[in-house]
Design a protein. Structure first.
Length: 240
């Protein structure tokens, strides 16, 4: 139960919020959302009941904040007027989750693309949450955690690496050949062979040897034909 002093402060806040909407908006943002565990529990359940769409997560969280603020402080926040006030004052919505809530989501083995709290946290403009050094993200395979860390992209103007610094330079002849190729000049000492085909009349594509006879063209071809006819007649009698 609230003390008389707290009740008086809430009543005073309600009176000033009714007179000046910006007072209500500031109170709405300075409310201790991270320490309200009941709100965090309900919001987590609501976020995991919808698809991890960024705009939908932000709208759901704002609507639940409005309902919770009206329940606790008895001040209703107009959603459109609040959004307009954020744009005019270039204000940022408050952080809704504590590090403990974000760490619990990471340790629950939920894949990164399905982590609603982390997606909403980043969409509100806050840097991605990083686990403390002693904790390990279970969604990251062990081989990936133990792999050496290196930049996947190196700018063109970056300095040479240690291996490149110790490499031997190209010979002078190599640079000269590159200049000949770039200018289109003929490289000295290289023979130019014409791209032509010479026909030799002594070479023919037709053979002079006689092709051998096929088996049915040899002697006894008639006998083999008679035998084939007998087999066909036998097969016909079997079918009949």
């Amino acid at each position: 139960m609230a003390t008389p002093e707290a009740s008086q402060r809430v009543a005073d806040l309600q009176r000033r919020a009714a007179e000046r909407p910006e007072v209500a908006f500031k109170a709405f943002d300075t409310y201790p959302w991270q320490s309200d565990q009941l709100f965090a529990h309900k919001l987590t359940g609501a976020l995991y009941s919808i698809e991890p769409d960024r705009s939908q997560l932000v709208d759901t969280a704002l609507q639940m904040r409005i309902e919770r603020f009206a329940e606790r402080i008895n001040i209703h926040i107009d959603k459109q007027a609040y959004k307009q006030w954020l744009g005019e004052t270039r204000s940022q919505q408050p952080r809704l989750f504590s590090d403990q809530n974000l760490a619990q989501e990471v340790m629950s083995k939920v894949s990164p693309e399905q982590r609603r709290l982390a997606i909403l946290h980043a969409e509100l403009g806050y840097p991605p949450y990083q686990l403390p050094p002693g904790l390990v993200d279970p969604s990251v395979p062990s081989w990936q955690r133990e792999a050496p860390k290196a930049d996947l992209f190196v700018t063109r103007d970056a300095g040479p690496s240690s291996s490149e610094a110790g490499a031997l330079p190209y010979p002078k002849k190599f640079d000269e050949i590159l200049k000949f190729l770039e200018t289109g000049q003929t490289i000295p000492g290289v023979r130019k062979i014409p791209d032509t085909v010479i026909d030799d009349p002594s070479i023919s594509t037709r053979g002079t040897m006689q092709a051998p006879l096929k088996p049915w063209e040899r002697n006894g071809g008639a006998a083999s034909t008679t035998a084939e006819q007998d087999q066909i007649a036998l097969l016909s009698d079997t079918i009949m």
